[in-house]
Design a protein around this ligand. Structure first.
Ligand code: ADP
Ligand code: S3P
Ligand code: MG
Length: 192
């Protein structure tokens, strides 16, 4: 699979709590790829400030700016699995970066996300009086955007991160895009 992908990055998109970070780490291991989590890079860039603090101090718009900057940097590298933040799909400019690689949507039912994140305080957008309703509301706006992924992986409750990663890898050949060039081809593009 690694040779079939030829270094092309995988970008995981999905609702918060869908397992982008967890499955992404496992995917990288199975593919012998590097792993990057855009949220972690954002926190480091901001001097090790947690995402919740960045939202509280500077607001969501400032966070989104940082997120786009990080994505732009990361997509210059190859052989990476990139776990994005759930809202990365909101900005049109981000799609031009995501399309440098193969985009995978981890489609997880709201109820399963809710059960996973019930005790979690690290997702500022879900610190709501009714997090279940908030999740539904977020999904309603975002679903058409997530649906623009190259590959949709519908996830059930029983699957471990390892099993999901294996399934992603098995499905990649069905969607390898003609227009995705392995990194070594990019210089040829410039000459033509
Ligand atoms: N396949 C899975 N089975 C059980 N728990 C999972 C699975 N994937 C993720 N989780 C758990 O769900 C929570 C959210 O996962 P995370 O990887 O942080 O999601 P995201 O990065 O999409 O927000 C974490 O507590 C994680 O351990
Ligand atoms: O859905 C969102 O808008 C967000 C998701 C979070 O990442 P995860 O999807 O990894 O939870 C993080 O980027 C931030 O809290 C905003
Ligand atoms: Mg994450």
């Amino acid at each position: 699979m690694n040779s079939l992908l030829k270094g092309v990055n995988l970008y995981l998109i999905a609702m918060p709590g869908s397992g982008k970070t967890t499955v992404g780490r496992e995917l990288a291991k199975q593919l012998n790829y590097g792993f990057v989590d855009t949220d972690v890079v954002i926190e480091k860039t901001a001097g090790d400030k947690p995402i919740t603090q960045l939202f509280a101090e500077f607001g969501e718009a400032a966070f989104r700016e940082l997120e786009s900057n990080v994505l732009a940097q990361v997509c210059g590298f190859t052989q990476l699995v990139i776990a994005t933040g759930g809202g990365i799909i909101l900005k049109r400019e981000n799609w031009s970066y995501l399309h440098h690689g193969l985009i995978v949507w981890l489609d997880v039912p709201v109820e399963l996300i809710y059960s996973r994140l019930a005790e979690d305080t690290t997702r500022p957008l879900l610190q709501d009086v009714d997090p279940r309703a908030k999740l539904r509301e977020l999904l309603e706006t975002r679903q058409p955007l997530y649906a623009q992924a190259d590959l949709r992986i519908t996830i059930t409750e029983e699957e471990t991160p390892e099993q999901i990663a294996t399934r992603v890898i098995e499905e990649i050949p069905t969607v390898l895009k003609q227009n995705i060039h392995p990194p070594e081809d990019r210089s040829l593009d410039k000459r033509n």
